[in-house]
Design a protein around this ligand. Sequence first.
Ligand code: ACM
Ligand code: ZN
Length: 516
Amino acid sequence: MSAITLFPQPQQLEREPGAFTINARTRVFAADAALGEWLADYLRPATGFSLPVHALDDDILADATNAILLVPSAEHQAAEAYALDVAPARVMLRAGGSCGFLHAMQTLRQLLPPQILVDEPQADVAWSIPCLRIKDAPAFGWRGLLLDVARHMFPVDFIKSFIDAMAFYKLNRLHLHLTDDQGWRLEIKKYPRLTEIGSQRAETPIPADPKQGDGKPYGGFYTQDEARDIVAYAAKRGITVMPEIELPGHSLAALTAYPRLGCLGEGYQVRRTWGIDSNIYCAGNDEVFTFLGDVLEETLAIFPSEYIHIGGDEAPKERWRNCPKCQARIKAEGLADEDELQSWFIRRIESWLNQRGRRLVGWDEILEGGLAPNATVMSWRGSDGGIAAANAGHDVIMTPNTYCYLDYYQHEDWTREPAAISSTLTLPQVWQFAVIPEAISPDKKHHILGGQGNIWTEYIPKAEHLEYMAFPRAIAISDILWNHPGERSCDDLTARLKAHLPRLDALGINYRRLDE
Ligand code: ACM
Ligand code: ZN
């Protein structure tokens, strides 16, 4: 029997002799017709077969042959769990809910010859699936990727294809970084200048020499309808889209649109270089909280995600130190310093979100000056923030830059690679990602919700380049988050990827070739 390669690797897989072969007479039976049609749609383009979808009943369940059955199962109720049994006469997918069925379908697609992933009819392929039994469920409920659409925007159609790729690897969270110093990318109807002014920058740094600008105006944003379309497209594929609205820092685009929201009150320009800006929202101005409440109100109406990311990273405090209003706030609230002022700011936003049934997520800087009571921490400056937060009883999503920053170079020899931000993260390094560090006490490990790869796009202007940075490193992350702790050897990863990567070719997804 030839080896079976799946990403992510299922928790349990037993091979059996033989194969099931899909042909023009194969039928799909499903209790949920929409899920049955979903599977038939996946199989149609490459095979050319329009497999009929019928209702499932007890006789069918007992006797049907040359059939693919989608069977609701109380046994596989755990979130996202599924079973897949392939026998010569029939294939059975079992799950307690639609996410489980979707995962089972992705496993089935990976078990078929790679040509199944091509979007047009393929001649002379035997559509065989090896007989086996799989029982599967993820180790972590949070398996994500961050896409920075602030530094560079990507078309809605590309985001949809990226979502399809995420679904293929059973990733279930898309974190959209929508606002930053270099651009505001989400339509907010109450504040039209955010997109009229804040989505436009005068120029963009040249990748090969980022101290220089390219002299070309750059801009764009997603309308609320487009954002809703992305959310719905993702939801159908079992993926939740979490928006990030950055505060109090990384907010220069918003300040350029509405200068009164900053401590200086004037003189702002959407940033045309990368890096960290000293201008941040004024914490002493109540109008800032009215504005942020209004922006978040419209954001929540688009994104049903329970988790809402509010940034919180890289907020220099010099403006607050020199602002009479910020200093008055520190006094009035009895705060010790500007770190505590940031903490006060975040708590105020958290309370607003919690009142609306949402949870706040922030980068690990929100630990400084004291953590908001219910906050979930996204640990990015290594794992220390995540360790401290989990040990303090807070939920954590692990995205340490040491293992998860997919904007870093993929090889130590930077001359071999397209210009990237100045750090290296090779595939073997990603493979060492320990989602739950040893330093987290055993009774706190459940606070680690999972992890994600982050794709910041300062150096990534185009979709094809973004795919190159994402793959195959994101595949390794999906495997780790599904399987943790699993057995991990680099030789094994390389061998598995060698067998798997033709599937990315078939999907038309760009990726970095493995090092020879
Ligand atoms: C970050 O990379 N500034 C979260
Ligand atoms: Zn101020």
